[in-house]
Design a binder for this molecule. Structure first.
Ligand SMILES: [Ca+2]
Ligand SMILES: [Ca+2]
Length: 202
């Protein structure tokens, strides 16, 4: 009987060992190589793809934002993505950006996220003027727990640039998360049974 219990425990441990560790999984990405903004929910005003080695961090194409941007209504030109993160936790957004032509004071391309589809919260870091011309830089947003397993998650970039002398490029957006793995209830019960049997033997 003791041997049977030991075998049971060994089988249980082996089955636990074969459960793969959760890995960051790609939920959504855009490197703009299709030369359009179809991966996004919407893009207005001056948001466009541009095929040029200067505008692309990788491949041939990146997204381009230049002034002047709309100042009507809520003001600015918006690049918007509404996307469900249901089934994922530890949500992270990364992307590359550069300043092609300098931004002055009060000009910006503000990146924000939403967890309810309507209220927008600041992410770190922003792209606020004054900003000098720069090479490609990587931004990584580690989003709060409210962004996880959320059907109303979204990101947006709002551009307020004064003139055609203000310009930025973005490329290689990656939204990742860890798949939420449900508790293996049957396995726990099995383990509990094996331990209970061992205890009874003592
Ligand atoms: Ca690209
Ligand atoms: Ca300007």
């Amino acid at each position: 009987m003791k041997q049977l219990c030991l075998v049971l425990v060994a089988v249980l441990l082996a089955s636990l060992a074969t459960v793969p560790p959760a890995r960051a999984t790609l939920i959504w990405s855009d490197g703009f190589e299709t030369n359009d903004l179809s991966a996004w929910t919407s893009a207005d005003g001056q948001w466009k793809t541009t095929e040029s080695t200067v505008a692309a961090h990788s491949g041939d194409i990146g997204v381009d934002i230049i002034g002047p941007n709309s100042l009507s209504g809520d003001g600015g030109d918006y690049l918007l993505l509404l996307i469900s993160t249901v089934g994922y936790e530890n949500i992270t957004l990364s992307y590359w950006w550069k300043v092609r032509a300098a931004l002055e004071e009060e000009e910006f391309v503000a990146g924000k996220y939403t967890t309810d589809g309507s209220n927008w919260l600041s992410a770190i870091p922003g792209h606020d003027g004054p900003l000098g011309i720069s090479d490609w830089q990587l931004s990584t947003w580690i989003l709060p727990p409210e962004a996880a397993n959320n059907p109303n998650f979204g990101i947006r970039f709002r551009a307020i640039l004064g003139s055609s002398g203000d310009r930025m490029h973005f490329d290689d957006f990656n939204l990742t998360g860890m798949p939420i793995i449900p508790e293996p209830a049957t396995m726990s019960l099995l383990g509990f049974g094996a331990v209970a049997m061992l205890r009874r033997r003592r």
